[in-house]
Design a protein around this ligand. Structure first.
Ligand SMILES: Nc1nc2c(c(=O)[nH]1)N[C@H]1C(S)=C(S)[C@@H](COP(=O)(O)OP(=O)(O)OC[C@H]3O[C@@H](n4cnc5c(=O)[nH]c(N)nc54)[C@H](O)[C@@H]3O)O[C@H]1N2
Ligand SMILES: Nc1nc2c(c(=O)[nH]1)N[C@H]1C(S)=C(S)[C@@H](COP(=O)(O)OP(=O)(O)OC[C@H]3O[C@@H](n4cnc5c(=O)[nH]c(N)nc54)[C@H](O)[C@@H]3O)O[C@H]1N2
Ligand code: SF4
Ligand SMILES: [Mo]
Length: 831
């Protein structure tokens, strides 16, 4: 296999070529749009009201200012008061009005009249909808089996109200998307430092950034906040090195791009560690002081992971690995790693991310300016801003599906239950747990989940799912399979308390507020749940004492100076007295904190557990792990594994993906997935502004691979996928999953053993914009003259998830999105 390293000049050339080539296939244009506005929130300019709120076109939740005239939203811009996004928004943020005013929005409650999935609906009143749903749910609750009411949520930003309702109901069957998304990354960080499940590299102050498969210029949960800091760092001369299986736009904005074979990032990190140890480039003193494993022994552990081994497995030249190791260590402590689904969404992703995290400990950059940092709060300060009103106790009923005991790390951390979302519908199909009612919220599992056709099959089956209510903004593959569809407000018409891991290392809080009145009869969960609780009764109603949503937020924001009124005006609050979370572990414990504690093996225990550690005779706060040190050696994960009959190495290791080597030798390819900057999963595909920019997903192939397979640019191909050959994975028998048809997009910007397909495509419902004209007027009364202007109607758009196998990492349950083995063959053409 060929290996190569590209310079920044080569990268820019390649990016231009990729863009130009794509245009010939109907356009996968590359757009970077980061705007900065000096304007302030609140007040008016002429007849325009400037309303502060928070974007939710993706999970980054940037502060925004909505310009509204006569009750109509005109434009959206960034809110400079947001310490994370600092007044910038991306193209998706700007496109808010196109979602709000989309003529295909759901505006009235609908009840199915034909067979499930047939697409026949009648409009009903809210009164009818409430009555039917409350009657069904009350019967389940009163049956004594509350777990039979299951709630499927996706990227929920209204966690307070959802938890309140489910707890008050008494159901533990809360299914979420975490395993589809970021489970391995979080488990790796929790097991290593304990303080947080999310790292926040101090990029702005960094001099050297190693990026293992994070596409921060286009995606990443901290997209704009990360991207603006990376660009500032580069302007100041920082070097960014990106490992990605494909030339992402992030790779193109980096100083170096190294194409990697998927699933090998952990090995590269271990090989870099090997060089750092072998050449004595480490910060040995820091490692010995602050980790629970001697540096000498870690050097022995990584001795086997040579750069040559890493080259053979990953394709990154050994010499490049040596050079990068030296450069990274030389920049310490102003150096950091960043990673995301590129390294983590694999069968071995937990260990990949552990190896990358520990690499930081080796150079002693943890918690330091310009280094690898974190913040204990991944949202706002919940102690300072407690939830108003009575809090329901946690359910005592059990849910086999939610507990997911086969995956020892999925729910291993209290308060951070991650579940294993991708097995839910398989297990319902296998009748492992009875479901009597399902409510879907903020999730399009029938399109976004692997084996999406299996999800659709289960949702269509009235024996398996007797009652399905879907709350959605627009028709989706999932709402199409509901019995009742409730019209949901968009993020521009609803209330939330929100904030994200603070990139500036100081926590903050924001308010999402309606910038216009809800369209039609759409409502938010914050209105629906209290009403349902009152109608279900049986004590549930006691947890929802407030009358209006404003009243609830009035109470919520009371502790903020200026209260709710200030939040409505400014949108964001940051406590000016708070300092960035540098070196939290060094903090000395006070005499007051040490009162009544006992020290055992150096760990200081208070009445509620470990609070610190003795280091060189001083009592310090340390880390949030059992040993209060960085757990290079995690007995915790090893023990959790043993309890579930799984072997989890306590040290970071490289575990090759089972079957990859053999199948690659037979000529199969690894199929990966990626996200475009202008799309966010399902929710942007209805936006005509965004869909016009990106609406197609041909398969990226390297010219060398295409030559081997006898393929040319633009050829039609059939891609056939297979389950893993892996006894530790459900149905891991190597059997065929399915096939899709797409076209070849030739580019040097991809590893030769990889085929990459963007996931933001392939909708068949949701109206003509989302489906490239396939779905004409789906709902009564929904049409628009704009639809005639969909010049991209009929463009290629395939649903990748129909052929992705359900493939949970056996230790954590993370869906291995980037490990699917496929065969590719040329076909005559046509969709
Ligand atoms: N525009 C946009 N932004 C988003 C989202 C979106 O849908 N669209 N979704 C949000 C959400 S929910 C999430 S979880 C984040 C995800 O954010 P990211 O993880 O940054 O994005 P992904 O596209 O999931 O994957 C990142 C990269 O991994 C690469 N890759 C695949 N396999 C490997 C590998 O083995 N090694 C390496 N080094 N690279 C590999 C892919 O080519 C891709 O460029 O983005 C968030 N932001
Ligand atoms: N092949 C492949 N599949 C993937 C991924 C991948 O990289 N490749 N990524 C995975 C990841 S990381 C994740 S998190 C999941 C995400 O998958 P989902 O959770 O299904 O994605 P969302 O876009 O959040 O869509 C959820 C629902 O939110 C609704 N919605 C809520 N609020 C609004 C709003 O204000 N406006 C609009 N327009 N819609 C709203 C949408 O209508 C939609 O039905 O997908 C996963 N699936
Ligand atoms: S990064 Fe996400 S939250 Fe921020 S403006 Fe873009 S879509 Fe909105
Ligand atoms: Mo995600």
């Amino acid at each position: 296999m060929s290996t190569w390293t590209l310079t920044r000049r080569d990268l820019l050339r390649a990016a231009v070529v990729a863009g130009a080539g794509a245009a010939g296939l109907g356009g996968i244009e590359i757009v970077h749009q980061v705007t900065t506005s000096p304007g302030l929130a609140g007040g008016t300019i002429g007849a325009v009201r400037r309303v502060a709120s928070m974007c939710q076109m993706c999970t980054t939740a940037c502060g925004i200012i909505a310009n509204v005239r006569d009750g109509r939203l005109l434009t959206v811009e960034g809110n400079p008061a947001d310490p994370n996004s600092q007044g910038s928004v991306c193209a998706k943020g700007v496109a808010g009005p196109s979602v709000l005013y989309d003529p295909n929005r759901l505006l009235y409650p609908l009840k199915r009249v034909g067979r499930r999935g047939e697409g026949k609906w009648k409009r009903i009143t809210w009164e009818e909808a409430y009555t039917e749903i409350a009657d069904r749910l009350r019967a389940i609750r009163e049956s004594g089996r509350p777990e039979e009411f299951a709630f499927q949520q996706g990227r929920n930003r209204s966690t307070d109200i959802v938890a309140r309702f489910l707890d008050a109901f008494g159901t533990p069957s809360a299914f979420n998307h975490r395993a589809l998304c970021s489970l391995n990354r979080r488990a790796a960080i929790l097991s290593t430092i304990g303080d947080s499940d999310w790292d926040l590299g101090d990029f702005e102050n960094s001099r050297y950034i190693l990026n293992f498969g994070s596409n921060w210029a286009e995606a990443h949960q901290g997209h704009i906040p990360v991207a603006i800091r990376m660009m500032r760092a580069r302007e100041r001369g920082a070097k960014i090195v990106t490992f990605d299986a494909r030339l992402s736009n992030t790779a193109a904005l980096s100083d170096e791009w190294h194409p990697v074979r998927p699933g090998t990032d952990g090995l590269i990190a271990l090989a870099i560690s090997h060089v750092i140890c072998a050449e004595g480039l480490w910060d040995r003193e820091w490692f010995d002081r602050w980790t629970n494993y001697p540096a000498e022994k870690y050097a022995e552990h990584v001795a086997a992971y040579t750069p040559e081994l890493a080259e053979a497995e990953s394709g990154v030249p050994a010499e490049a690995i040596r050079r990068i190791a030296r450069e990274f260590a030389a920049a310490a402590p102003r150096c950091t790693t960043i990673c995301n689904r590129g390294s983590a969404a694999h069968r071995n992703g937990f260990h990949n991310d552990r190896a990358i995290t520990v690499l930081n400990a080796l150079v002693g950059n943890m918690g330091k300016e310009g280094g690898w940092c974190w913040h204990p709060m991944s949202a706002w300060d919940k102690k300072a801003l407690p939830e108003p009103g009575p809090i329901a106790p946690k359910p005592t009923a059990r849910s086999l599906i939610a507990e997911a005991k086969d995956w020892p790390l999925a729910n291993a951390w209290q308060g951070n239950k991650m579940r294993v979302g991708e097995i839910v519908y398989l297990w319902i199909k296998e009748r492992r747990q009875q479901i009597s009612a399902l409510m879907t919220y903020n999730c399009d599992q029938a399109w976004a989940w692997p084996e999406a056709n299996l999800v659709r099959e289960v949702l269509a089956d009235e024996d398996l799912v007797p009652f399905h209510v879907c709350l959605d903004v627009m028709a989706s593959e999932t709402s199409n399979l509901a019995d009742i569809v409730l019209p949901w407000t968009t993020y521009l018409e609803r209330w939330d308390i929100d904030s994200r891991p603070p990139q500036g290392l100081v926590d903050y809080v924001g308010l999402r507020q309606p910038v216009v009145a809800p369209l039609g009869e759409s409502k938010d969960l914050r209105e629906i749940f209290p009403e349902l609780a009152r109608r279900i009764g049986g004590g549930m109603e006691e947890y929802f004492p407030w009358v209006t949503q404003e009243e609830y937020f009035e109470q919520y924001f009371a502790p903020v100076p200026g209260g709710f009124a200030h939040m409505r005006e400014a949108g964001i609050h940051v406590d000016p007295a708070k300092k960035p979370n540098y070196l939290p572990y060094e903090k000395e414990l006070t005499a007051e904190e040490l009162k009544g504690t006992r020290t055992e093996d150096g760990v200081i225990h208070g009445p509620e557990g470990a609070i610190g550690v003795m280091v060189d005779g001083v009592a310090r706060r340390g880390f949030g792990t059992p040993s209060r040190k960085v757990e290079v050696h995690s007995q915790f994960v090893n023990d959790r594994g043993r309890e579930a009959d799984r072997t989890i190495s306590p040290l970071p290791v490289y575990e090759p993906i089972p079957g990859h080597r053999e199948q690659l030798a037979q000529g199969r390819l690894i199929m990966i997935s990626f996200k475009w900057n202008v799309h966010n999963a399902h929710r942007t595909m209805q936006s005509k502004w965004l869909q016009e920019i990106s609406h197609t997903n041909p398969a990226w192939l390297n010219p060398a691979t295409a030559a081997r397979l006898g393929l040319a640019h633009g050829d039609w191909i059939e891609v056939t996928s297979y389950r893993p050959i892996d006894p530790e994975v459900p149905r891991g028998d190597g059997s065929q999953v399915g096939s899709l048809r797409t076209r070849v997009h030739l580019t040097e910007g991809i590893h030769p053993q990889v085929i990459a397909i963007a996931h933001n495509a392939g909708r068949t419902t949701g109206g003509p914009v989302a489906s490239n004209g396939r779905d004409r007027a789906t709902l009564p009364g929904h049409d628009s003259p704009d639809y005639a202007r969909i010049w991209w109607a009929g463009s290629l758009s395939v649903a990748q998830n129909d052929i992705l196998p359900i493939y949970p990492d056996p230790v954590s349950g993370q869906q291995a999105y980037h490990d699917t083995m496929v065969t590719v063959r040329r076909i005559a053409g046509g969709t």
